[in-house]
Design a protein around this ligand. Sequence first.
Ligand code: KIV
Length: 271
Amino acid sequence: MALYAEELRVPALSILDLLAMKQAGEKISCLTAYDASFSRLIDLAGVDMMLVGDSLGMVIQGKNTTVPVSIDEMVYHTQCVVNARQRAFVIADLPFLSYCTAGMAVQNAAKLMQTAGAQMVKLEGAHIDIIELLVEFGVPVCAHLGLLPQSINQLGRYKVQGKTEYDAEKIAEEAKKVEQAGASLLILECVPADLAKKISKSIDIPVIGIGAGVDCDGQVLVLYDMLGISLGKRPKFSQDFMQVAKDIPDAIQRYHQSVKQLEFPTSEQSY
Ligand code: KIV
């Protein structure tokens, strides 16, 4: 049928392309993006994925945490990013408390996908019932485990997760459960590198690390950390690529190449 002809395929990467990269052992590069201008630069550099993260609450809005970010703000920034991208796969965050009932999860995923044009939604924690429900209705889900920034008021401070045997086992089990529930991707934040390696090998879906060592299937960084312009202290797991680059496109290109060639993160940038 003409409708399904290969030439009518969406030009952007799909979840199948990301899965094929994991299977081929090619690292997946990802950066956060919040607006059209950076979206275009990231896309032109060949970065595989863009995450419209609720980190925008901190780096765009200057708030202390991601907690105050609203679904309408996520929709607005996702639209800005989608408007300018051609190739990169776009994921958008479901913000704090926007997916705590089945109805809210479906309604807010619809806003991110139908109104804003995201290809996948991300949610923090192993919320198995919610993941299964979204997947059943055709919403691709990226799970986020390890450090969960939306839970900062429970955690007290941002810190490495999975350091004890018990906690490591819990995260590894959750990773298997979110995969079984139908998640297509997993982001692992701030966990020991050996735990992230074990998890990446134990599940079939791509695992994208941030502060999780070089052995994940891909890497994501907050764009403004990577450009050295974030407010406050840059985390140990990040790198300011502007220190060696001639301009912003060059810094993004260097990040992309460093991920592909396993030069980022180094052991000093890992736990
Ligand atoms: O909101 C965000 O930018 C994120 C990344 C830290 C993974 O969730």
